[in-house]
Design a protein around this ligand. Structure first.
Ligand code: SIN
Length: 331
């Protein structure tokens, strides 16, 4: 059976258009369909290794404007295609701004039985498709190289010839082409002249969530559990948390959780911390993370004389938020 590689378009700078080919900053993201992007890359077919291409535009958005219903819509298409015997791999073109969130969501919600056998590779660009020095075409070729490499599986992100895992990847630069980093763990590998060089084993699969809302037949949920992110800093206080916990208006959902991006080892300004304890005592889940760019919160040994600590997560704040939303969805 001839194998297919499916490209799913979702928008981003990789599909962006500017007035001039010299303009890499003031452009409109999410303008060009993924099928058109593919047609404009002459070297792409060389990476197909006998497979044929199929493409679908799932949505067309600047990724800063995505919400959980988009993640869910994309997850539905990913599950649909990965379930087909002739689909070997999926490549998703996506905006860089929230690609790490979509990657983590997919890694937690696409059934492990599918991800164990086939890869889902997100790719993106820092310059629009109309740029004279656009990075999108090479990123798409590299993503295809990874997607068709022997043993590839799980959710990965390829940018600037570097392969990252969904768990570790984080956008760390607003402008540089090599805008992503995998922190202390480092990347999974690199693509060199159309060849993948892995630095170790493929990343382990994450624990996946099974919920009827995540079945491919479910229509996108409008009422995902509301979880907000709050940052602690010098001069932080509890006003924002108290406002969040106030009775919601008719059009808002009630607050279910707060992820706090704490200073250093997940530390919290004492005024803010008091408001978080109050929120927790009213049933709002509170999770501490660190606002540091690398590393994770290190837990202290339990001490019976201290008041109970707020729960901590080793994830970045944006990924801890998704993890908590999924946990609350199941509750
Ligand atoms: C976006 O995230 O959709 C726009 C920015 C980018 O792709 O770099």
């Amino acid at each position: 059976m001839q194998q297919r590689v499916v490209f799913l378009g979702t928008g981003g700078t990789i599909a962006g258009q500017a007035q001039s080919s010299e303009d890499n900053v003031s452009y409109q993201a999410a303008q060009i369909e993924v099928g058109q992007l593919l047609e404009a890359i002459p070297g792409l077919k060389g990476q197909l290794r006998g497979a044929i291409l199929h493409s679908e535009q799932v949505f067309q958005r600047n990724s800063k404007d995505l919400d959980p219903s988009h993640w869910q819509q994309l997850q539905g298409r990913v599950v649909h295609y990965l379930s087909q015997a002739d689909v070997q791999a999926i490549v998703i073109t996506h905006g860089t701004d929230t690609a790490e969130e979509t990657a983590y969501f997919l890694a937690r919600t696409v059934p492990a039985a599918l991800l164990r056998l086939k890869p889902v590779v997100l790719t993106c660009a820092m310059r629009p498709a109309t740029s004279a020095q656009s990075d999108g075409p090479q990123n798409m070729v590299d993503a295809l190289c990874v997607a068709t490499s022997l043993g590839a599986h799980g959710v990965l992100l390829v940018c600037s010839a570097t392969v990252h895992s969904a768990l570790r990847v984080q956008k760390v630069h607003p402008y540089r082409l090599d805008a992503f980093d995998s922190g202390e763990a480092g990347p999974v590998g690199v693509v060199e002249e159309g060849q993948l060089r892995l630095f170790g084993a493929w990343p382990e699969l994450l624990e996946t969530v099974v919920h009827h809302a995540l079945s491919p037949l479910a229509s996108p949920k409008r009422d995902w559990p509301r979880v907000e992110i709050v940052t602690s800093h010098a001069g932080a206080n509890g006003a924002v948390v108290r406002a969040m916990c106030a009775q919601p208006s008719a059009s808002e959902s009630p607050l279910r959780g707060i992820v706090i991006a704490g200073t250093g080892n997940g530390d919290i300004h004492h005024d803010l911390e008091q408001a978080l304890h109050d929120a927790q005592s009213k049933g709002v889940r509170v999770i501490r993370t660190s606002r540091c760019a690398t590393g994770s919160v290190v837990l202290a040994q339990p001490n019976n004389t201290e008041p109970p600590l707020l729960e901590a997560s080793p994830l970045s704040a944006v990924k801890a938020r998704i993890a908590l939303m999924l946990e609350l969805l199941e509750a």
